[in-house]
Design a protein around this ligand. Structure first.
Ligand SMILES: *Cc1c(COP(=O)(O)O)cnc(C)c1O
Length: 458
């Protein structure tokens, strides 16, 4: 399978290339040259498979020619062996809501589902065989721990994780700063997640630095993450046995919900994809008004969604702009020179065919957690609660699956405030609460991060 860049269709890359690079040269994002579309009969066949078999079939479409199917299958099996459930995810009925629990991996958020596979792909593709690879990743709280769990103690790999200092939950930080081996470096940046993401992008766009440290990335702009996330849209659709469903997705960087968009392109009968945002609502604004304008990041009780630059939105733009790479580039240049861009009415209408979007405030989120607990004796995390809130707004759409993106234990402090209740750590979380946390605090600039990385690897 070949890949190109959203800003330059003439570029050509292999799966291994895009896996290692994450970001295309010139700043665009990678997309596959073809997206397989399943017909009815093929969908019916897929519906008979268990989770690992289904994951093998779906992911294989995007890396065939470079990975053997049998080997992909065993890689996927290994990747999901640490999950609480054999079927990886868990679909649960809570009153009228169909909740898809995606948080039963080693670090209790949906990020594990892609990251565990990615960790094994680093070994399988032998990207670090001759030369140490330095992975640099920005996290709003959950990607970091998932990446650490996936890459800890892997040979010839170092991992540098940038998180916004004091802007993630205590348990998020604790997991991240205590579970890693000697090849893991946690950096607390004195800034927001957007600052962390910006620094990582700047390092990627600095060719000499990138090649000097043999840099690789696992942020949600890495296409390999998206393809692993497509799987659970198919899986839950098949489990529900409905003709058509919508999905409500707590959204930050637009990665998880974009996987749903690809699933729809692949022929899955999805009605609407509902973007749930917190008050950092750039996506809600662009989808409803056409203006894409990052604001300053405001801290909320859903820190993993405290993002104003939703990188993966560029992948949607490519299709909305009729696959015109030049147009994508123009808008992205507008964004960097003027700090915003505007979409035309017909483009908004096109987005609205597949998407709805709504903002859920912290107060609403707390009352949803409270309500679900009172009515069903079930605790949901704040991010998942935004998804429930968004689903309620669009009740008229019929069957809606809400993606449960994190385990409530990860946000114990907020749950304690909302419900006055302490949560126990799930059994499969191997957290040593007393272990000393390991992280360094660094100023918000790419030169300081570069200096830090070079200092560690020399
Ligand atoms: C990462 C994350 C999100 C947002 O996912 P995106 O792919 O960035 O849109 C939502 N909820 C939780 C718990 C997360 O960790």
């Amino acid at each position: 399978m070949n890949y190109f860049s959203t800003r330059d269709k003439s570029l050509k890359f292999s799966f291994k290339d895009i896996f290692l690079r994450g970001l295309a040269p010139g700043g665009g994002l990678f997309l596959p040259a073809r997206i397989k579309k399943y017909n009815r009969e093929e969908l019916n066949n897929l519906s008979q498979l268990n989770y690992n078999e289904l994951a093998t079939e779906i992911i294989f479409n995007f890396c065939s020619g470079e990975i053997k199917k049998e080997e992909l299958k065993s890689l996927i099996q290994t990747s999901y062996s640490r999950f609480k459930y054999k079927e990886v995810v868990n679909l649960k009925k809570i009153g009228e809501i169909d909740l898809l629990e995606l948080y039963h991996g080693p670090t209790l958020a949906f990020k594990d589902i892609a990251m565990q596979v990615i960790g094994n792909l680093y070994d399988y593709l032998e990207v670090a065989k001759d030369k140490t690879v330095n992975v640099v990743v920005a996290t709003s709280g959950d990607t970091g721990s998932a990446a650490i769990a996936a890459l800890s103690n892997r040979k010839n790999i170092n991992l540098f994780v940038l998180h916004p200092h004091n802007k993630i939950s205590n348990i998020q930080r604790k997991i991240m700063t205590t579970i890693g081996g000697d090849n893991i470096y946690n950096i607390a940046i004195e800034g927001s997640f957007d600052d962390c993401q910006k620094i990582v992008k700047e390092l990627f766009n600095d060719d000499s630095f990138r090649s000097k440290i043999n840099m690789s990335g696992v942020n949600s702009i890495n296409w390999a993450r998206i393809i692993c996330q497509i799987v659970y849209y198919f899986y839950s659709f098949f489990k529900l046995k409905k003709n058509k469903v919508s999905f409500s997705v707590p959204t930050g960087n637009f990665g998880d919900i974009y996987a749903g968009y690809v699933a729809k392109k692949m022929g899955l009968p999805i009605n609407k994809l509902i973007v749930a945002t917190n008050k950092n609502d750039i996506l809600q604004r662009v989808i409803n008004t056409g203006e894409y304008k990052p604001d300053t990041v405001k801290p909320t009780i859903t820190p993993s969604m405290d993002i104003q630059v939703a990188s993966n939105f560029e992948r949607l733009l490519y299709y909305i702009l009729d696959e015109k790479d030049g147009k994508v580039e123009l808008l992205m240049n507008d964004l960097s020179s003027k700090s915003f861009f505007n979409l035309e009415k017909k483009e908004i209408d096109k987005i609205k065919k597949d998407f709805e979007a709504v903002k859920v405030t912290d107060e609403e989120t707390v009352s949803i957690i409270d309500e679900i607990y009172k009515e069903h004796k079930f605790v949901i995390d704040p991010h998942t609660a935004t998804g429930v809130g968004a689903a309620k707004t669009f009740k008229n759409l019929g069957d809606i699956v809400v993606l449960g993106t994190a385990h409530p234990y990860k946000f114990s402090d907020t749950i304690k405030k909302a419900l006055g209740k302490n949560l126990n750590s799930p059994d499969h979380l191997k957290l040593n609460i007393d272990k000393k946390e390991s992280f360094d605090i660094i100023g918000n600039s790419n030169s300081e991060v570069k200096k830090y990385i070079l200092g560690k690897i020399q």
